[in-house]
Write a protein that binds this ligand. Structure first.
Ligand SMILES: CC(C)(COP(=O)(O)OP(=O)(O)OC[C@H]1O[C@@H](n2cnc3c(N)ncnc32)[C@H](O)[C@@H]1OP(=O)(O)O)[C@@H](O)C(=O)NCCC(=O)NCCS
Length: 209
């Protein structure tokens, strides 16, 4: 197993699960990060009813440059940069990326208001989850404003669980969600909430007091 194997596995899983149209007439178009931001950033900020704070004026140019240099050391992560296109028009976008420890971060999902409530996100979530699982990740992660039911509800219905709360400078109070792809780890999550699942976890080899 090597980094090249991981890239190959990711590419194959992406093609298998995120290659075909999302729904009748809704194409998934894979683009570069630059093209994605050029298309989605204006859509995103233009359609959110309560956008997050733009923190960029609070950093000095030196602080911003230092941060970019540090990011450059990490280099290019594996990621999905998707435009959702219907009738030649971009109706939404999705960005998800690799993190460390086998974690995949669903960073941004958005549809134009007139395309919401048609089941497109539900379909996208299932396809992304399948691609991420096939690529070998252990879990998916995301964080959302605590009252963003439109994203929390479909994820909780799809087996995601609440992992944390965080006050973020950009969005305020957020909920962190996880979708475990290793079923024993999902059991450990339950165990950590209230001590459940002890016998099953012992039987699977977890050493518990
Ligand atoms: C969040 C978002 C991507 C959801 O997309 P969508 O295509 O409208 O969602 P779907 O139509 O697939 O709905 C999926 C499920 O969630 C439910 N749902 C959708 N909006 C909801 C709401 N406001 N409250 C409660 N449930 C809701 C639907 O009923 C559906 O469940 P069902 O199939 O059991 O009926 C979309 O609302 C959006 O673009 N919001 C603005 C951007 C944003 O906030 N993104 C999330 C942060 S990254």
């Amino acid at each position: 197993m090597s980094a090249a194997d991981a890239r190959e596995r990711f590419a194959t899983a992406t093609l298998r699960h995120l290659g075909a149209p999302l729904a009748d007439g809704v194409e998934l178009r894979h683009v570069s990060a630059a093209d994605w931001h050029a298309t989605i950033d204006p859509l995103w900020t233009g359609t959110l009813d309560r956008p997050g704070h733009d923190l960029s004026p609070l950093f000095s140019p030196e602080q911003a440059a230092a941060s970019r240099d540090l990011d450059a050391i990490i280099g290019d992560r594996l990621e999905h940069r998707l435009l959702l296109v219907a009738g030649g028009e971009t109706i939404g976008g999705y960005w998800g990326q690799q993190e460390t420890f086998g974690r995949y971060y669903m960073t941004v999902s958005m549809f134009r208001p007139e395309w919401r409530g048609r089941g497109l996100y539900k379909a996208l979530l299932a396809r992304v989850t399948a691609a991420v699982a096939d690529a070998g990740f252990r879990e998916l992660y995301s964080r959302h404003r605590a009252d963003n039911n439109a994203i929390l509800v479909p994820k909780l219905r799809a087996g995601w669980v609440i992992a944390a709360f965080e006050i973020t400078p950009r969005w305020g109070l957020t909920v962190h969600l996880r979708r475990y792809l290793v079923d024993a780890i999902a059991l450990v999550h339950e165990h950590r909430v209230d001590g459940a699942r002890v016998e099953e976890l012992r039987a699977r080899g977890l050493r518990l007091p």
